[in-house]
Design a protein around this ligand. Structure first.
Ligand SMILES: [Zn+2]
Ligand SMILES: [Zn+2]
Length: 340
């Protein structure tokens, strides 16, 4: 029998189509492996082409050594930091002028290495950069929300092949984020606890949807997952804002994120994917009701009419099967190749 499941955080329903269920391995891309070159002369993110991008915002290392991670403003920015956020309301038509920050984080100088292929130490440097930018931009009183995300592959929205992440800081809180914050607050009001902490504890006891766990983080398939292999990584310590992550936690997050991406890369044959950090606004630091997390979403299926019309998704892979599949994927070969 098919089953409807409700997302604990959003109250949204999904249909888990058990009758049309696919085995996880059936969703592998079966794409031929295409080796990308380490350097592409025309790529604006490759070393030596720094003049093809707007001036650098920051880099790692910060002491002037050879650059490993680089932050630049997006040349084709969705929002501009050169204007002020002026609000207007005219006959129900509400507008804010297009103020905001749109930055690109170039993951490494190497054109060919996606995040799954980098060393854990290098991924930790990228995450450290995320945190610095998150905290600096959060201090701007005109900014209400910051989204950090990665597009990997054409179907995930990546227009340039050179591995990079992005950050968009907006003068408004997106409604999807507001909805999650509201549901979390309502749960806290009703029950007096963080609903994420509650769920994490139960899922770790249950084990069936847990993919990976280390000292500070757990990666798990989502019980009411809208799409196959959507995986969340939660900090085990209660924290509402990503900006509050500690150095030790950054290394553990790098390890678990890199391992998960490598498992997806090997097991599903390098699918296009997105990940995003879902954090409460920085001023939520210390808030008891919200808990930040990373959402990793492989783009294995297409959104069709039913999803667009109802907002309800049909997932053809059982989250429990997806978790079991990912637990078993061996990434030794990939780990041996990483570290450069
Ligand atoms: Zn490049
Ligand atoms: Zn919590």
């Amino acid at each position: 029998m098919p089953e409807l499941r409700q997302n604990f955080f959003t109250k949204e329903w999904v249909i888990i189509a058990t009758e049309r269920a696919k085995r996880p391995e059936e969703l592998a891309t079966h794409r031929p492996v295409q080796e990308a070159p380490a350097f592409v002369e025309t790529c604006p993110f490759c070393p030596g082409n720094e003049n093809k991008t707007p001036p650098e915002v920051m880099r790692h290392p910060t002491d002037g050594g050879p650059r490993q991670v680089r932050v630049i403003p997006n040349k084709f920015a969705a929002l501009s930091s050169d204007v002020q956020p002026v609000r207007s309301l005219q006959h129900l038509r509400r507008r804010v002028s297009g103020f905001g920050f749109h930055e690109v984080i170039v993951d490494s100088p190497d054109h060919s290495r996606c995040m799954a292929m980098l060393s854990d130490e290098h991924v930790a440097k990228i995450l450290w950069i995320y945190k610095q930018r998150y905290n600096v931009l959060s201090l701007d009183p005109r900014i209400s929300h910051i989204t950090i995300f990665k597009n990997h592959g054409l179907d995930a929205g990546a227009s340039l092949q050179h591995p990079h992440s992005q950050l968009i800081a907006t003068p408004v809180i997106p409604s999807q984020v507001r909805h999650r914050l509201y549901e979390a607050l309502r749960h806290y009001d009703d029950v007096g606890e963080c609903m994420f902490c509650h769920m994490i504890e139960r899922e770790i006891e249950d084990k069936t949807r847990v993919v990976l766990k280390n000292e500070h983080f757990v990666a798990m398939e989502v019980f009411a997952s809208a799409t196959p292999f959507t995986t969340h990584i939660f900090p085990l310590r209660h924290m509402a804002s990503f900006g509050d992550i500690s150095e030790l936690e950054l290394s553990d997050l790098a390890r678990i994120l890199r391992t998960l991406l490598a498992k997806i890369y090997v097991g599903l044959e390098n699918p296009d994917l997105n990940f995003t950090i879902r954090s409460g606004p920085a001023e939520y630091g210390g808030a008891r009701h919200f808990h930040w997390y990373v959402s990793v979403i492989p783009r294995l299926t297409r959104v069709a009419g039913f999803e667009l019309g109802s907002g309800m998704f049909i997932n053809t892979v059982l989250p429990e099967d997806a978790a079991e599949f990912l637990r078993k994927v061996a990434i030794d070969k990939m780990a041996a190749g990483a570290g450069k």
